[in-house]
Write a protein that binds this ligand. Sequence first.
Ligand SMILES: [Fe+2]
Length: 468
Amino acid sequence: MSFSRLEYSSYFGADRPTVTDDERSKGVVSAFPSIVTNDLPPIYDEKDPNASSLVNFPNLPLVVEGQGVVAVQVTPGAEFSIILTPSPTLKDEETALQLHLTTTSAKFLQVKGADVKEIPSVTPKGPEAALLVPGVPDLYWLSVDKKNGILRYGKTYRSAAVTFLGARVDIGDKETTPGPYIWIKQLKYISILSIGGTSVLGDQLPEEVRPDLRQVSVGHLPIVSDLPPIVAESIDVTLEDLALGLTTSIANLSPECQRLYANVSGPGVQVDDEGFPDFSQALEYSIRTPGKLCHEKLKEKAGEFGEADMTYLRITLGSDEGNSPGVPYVMEIWPSKHKSPIHDHGEAYAVIKVLHGQINASYFANLNSKAQIKLEPDYTFYKGGVTWLGPDNYQVHQLHNDSDRVCVTIQCYQYANKDRAHDEYFEYLDGKTGEKKPFYPSSDWDFMTFKSRVKQEWEEHLKDLEWK
Ligand SMILES: [Fe+2]
């Protein structure tokens, strides 16, 4: 049996993957599982007097020795570590890998008995980004890649783009030329160390108590590179695209994204249709003319997200089916030079298609009013172009229309199949104060009502022109 791109197991053990055999036989692959799963019981019982700061997970080893990604949802204290060892409990003659985080340092350590060496590393997003933030719940992950000799550590989203600490190590080849880091090939067992600090409630925690360590998930494959945000039709993918990773075919994405894509990618999903061929032109007119529908609504919404030009219109299609934050299909209308605030997507999947004009997208590693980290590069999507996002990829973005014409997009959303938490809102950073706020997806109009009102307005305008 061949494995899909990424599969995760819960700490129930490697024989209980997040995708069941039944789901797999139906072709469901879990490329981007959510770790927010309510069916995972907490592994730390606060009342347990024997709770230790170091926990071993003998039943949850890496599936392939020396490779995989270990992710821990935790509210850390003053010190946090993910440790990988060749045996369930480390022996003196064995070598372990330790990701060691404190509020002042982030390091990969090579540990052999009492001999502890730091592995030379880099901080792609700056040293600050890599530090431990006590008392704030977050996802901390460690990826080990024996094939490419790469160690990565990141936070919040399991993606290569949010690598906060990286190291390239010489593993070499076991038989012919073993490198100094050949021991990485034997790593298999997971331990988590979380010590002291302050709990979310502000109470000082004793050293021996492990703060709120909630969920651990293990991916079979390491984090190597991210799929690009541009989705191309298979028929358009070139050899250069494959070599440079410029676009992805929809086939590489999760079943959720594939379903969303199938619904909106067809040529019939467009603004200007037979019934109203001037729709996009009418929108431009309605936006630019005082007293008209879009112009007045935008005026009413000015300042909604802080800055005056942080407005766009949300036209919903269909009704809320309880499987997405708000209505699953939303047509968004972006006047020239307008933008969204920086926001996340409640860990949902989304597919966005440009129906008219062009839109620019900027991406971020997190949604944090104090330490916002931007990812490079920005992208521009043109008419007909499709982009995607998932629980671990491209979750935090800002859309901005830098062009001098209106842009119309359709966004569709869906929660992860395994996601039972269902965030009912997105969060955004207020454009003025930088404060994090909830945004409950709203609707300015229902699509059919909106279209007929814009059409009526346009026809009146054309009639006026005739008289002039
Ligand atoms: Fe968005």
